[in-house]
Design a protein around this ligand. Sequence first.
Ligand SMILES: [Zn+2]
Ligand SMILES: [Zn+2]
Length: 145
Amino acid sequence: MTHYPLPTLGLCPVCEGEIRIRKAGTLYFHDCAGEGREPATRLEPTFARWLWTHAARRDWRDNRIAYLAGAMFRGCTRSPNRTPLDVPWTTADELHDHLHERQAARTGSEIRQPYNGGRCDWMCRDVETAAAQYAQLVEQREAAR
Ligand SMILES: [Zn+2]
Ligand SMILES: [Zn+2]
């Protein structure tokens, strides 16, 4: 299972979108006049931004992190793809809380496994797996500084 590195993202000065930065320091193509320009500012690679880079991966059937990213950012095919700006969580802990809040909003209880009373389910565990991988990348980055 391969993982993506921490993303290099910048704020586009034209559309204010969060866009990946090329090695040369300019913004990737994204259907906007800001393409190829320098970013207004570089963005901290938060857990949400890192997870988001996995959302377009095609190996989501075998990759739990890509599957989680798809579930969080792609939604159903009729809804537009979300970006890290569109989700109410930034960290893995916030995403975990969000899963339980969403469960509570749907069912009136934050228990995600009503048949056995378990508070957490496989999706919570996927968040944990992704969080551990992200923490490792952050650690490596700190060590390389
Ligand atoms: Zn733009
Ligand atoms: Zn949970």
